[in-house]
Design a protein around this ligand. Structure first.
Ligand code: ZN
Ligand code: ZN
Length: 369
């Protein structure tokens, strides 16, 4: 059992990351120690670094998209979601959300466990000043507290392949599950970042008839083609009128059945409402941080008879299904290509800045490199 672990810590909002060393506490019953192979650098990490999410303790060890190898298991058996015993050497991922109570009003009555007020999230809400300290992925080890939901990685899936999913794929699974996706549907995906690309994959394997991916980054549009988009539209090279016309041209002049928003830009909402067909569905999952107000026309939404849905967070089942999709379609889509940048733990600051400049599709930190 290792004694200490290095971690990259945000001392306070907007301050440069520091490397700190923590004692690894003894493993209690039900816990396990994970040796981190990769931790994904997420857009949310940049927002956390800037102190933009409420209820977050600082100092903070970032990192909620963690894959790695079990280094040690506590004194009692630990099992994964399938009920298999977790052993030293197993390659695993875990759901970043833990402590969903399944006994509050949100969990039991409203059936919205992603709104459970008791939830804690590795790398976001868990305070490293308290036991057992190592609760974020920008570290050599993560202490998996009792009750953490663990999923084993299939042998044919590499750590980079698994890191391609990040928290984007569980979000995409949740989003697509809440939408009326069926084979034969015409789909538009606004945004070809990680979430948009994962929605594109899910639309493709669900049998969508057309999938139009819209973004302004050429490299992302190229990836969208590789991940199932039938058409791409460059936001910076087309007008709104041209985009509306194009999406009508490929749908017998009806417009798309479902538009998915995965941009993070509030202006996308105005466009999405214009693009979607009459009686169609609009699924919004990209507005995770508050980008401010935009003008929309409620009459247009009403007149179009729209089905509008939004998504907040993910449940363990979405991570589980994400890994099943990855496993089944690993040969069809080049998941590993999504990991465009890798950094060491000492380069964590640079990793965040690269993500902030949107240069990377998926950046990962490899703490042992
Ligand atoms: Zn609850
Ligand atoms: Zn994330």
């Amino acid at each position: 059992m290792p004694k200490k672990a290095r971690a990259a810590v945000v001392p306070e909002p907007n301050a440069d990351l520091e490397i700190r060393e923590y004692e690894i506490p003894e493993l209690v019953s039900g816990s396990a120690l994970l040796k981190v192979a990769n931790v994904g650098v997420c857009g949310t990490d940049v927002h956390l670094w800037h102190g933009k999410l409420s209820g977050v303790p600082y100092p903070l060890i970032l990192g909620h998209e963690v894959v790695g190898t079990i280094a040690e298991v506590g004194p009692t058996e630990v099992t994964n979601i399938d009920g298999d015993t977790i052993k030293k050497g197993d390659r695993v991922v875990f759901h970043d959300v833990t402590k969903t109570c399944y006994s509050c009003w949100h969990c039991l009555i409203a059936k919205n466990p992603t709104k459970c007020p008791n939830r804690e999230v590795y790398g976001i809400t868990r305070n490293p000043e308290k036991w057992p300290h190592l609760l974020g992925g920008y570290a050599e080890y993560v202490y998996l507290t009792p009750g953490t939901h663990i999923v084993k990685l299939p042998n044919h899936v590499s750590f980079d392949g698994a890191s391609a999913l990040g928290c984007a794929m569980p979000t995409a699974v949740h989003t697509v599950n809440r939408s009326p996706m069926k084979f034969g549907k015409n789909v538009v995906v606004q945004g070809a970042g990680p979430v948009g690309l994962m929605i594109t994959i899910l639309a493709s394997i669900s049998g969508a008839s057309t999938i139009v991916s819209i973004d302004q980054a050429e490299n992302r549009l190229k990836l969208a083609k590789k991940f199932g988009a039938t058409h791409t539209l460059d936001l910076s090279a087309t007008s709104l009128e041209e985009r509306i016309q194009f999406t009508r041209n490929v749908t017998q002049d009806h417009g798309p059945d479902i538009v998915y928003e995965a941009t993070g830009n509030p202006l996308a909402i105005r466009e999405g409402i214009l693009l979607v067909r009459e009686g169609g569905a609009y699924s919004i999952c990209g507005q995770y941080t508050d980008g401010g107000d935009v003008e929309i026309n409620p009459h247009l939404m009403n007149r179009k008879h729209l089905d509008v849905r939004t998504v907040w967070g993910s449940e363990t089942k979405h991570l589980y299904e994400a890994i099943r999709v990855l496993s089944s379609h690993y040969d069809r889509f080049p998941f590993e290509e999504l990991v465009t940048h890798t950094f060491s733990l000492d380069e964590a600051q640079e990793a965040l800045e690269t993500q902030e400049r949107r240069e990377s599709v998926k950046a990962v930190i490899k703490p042992w490199d």
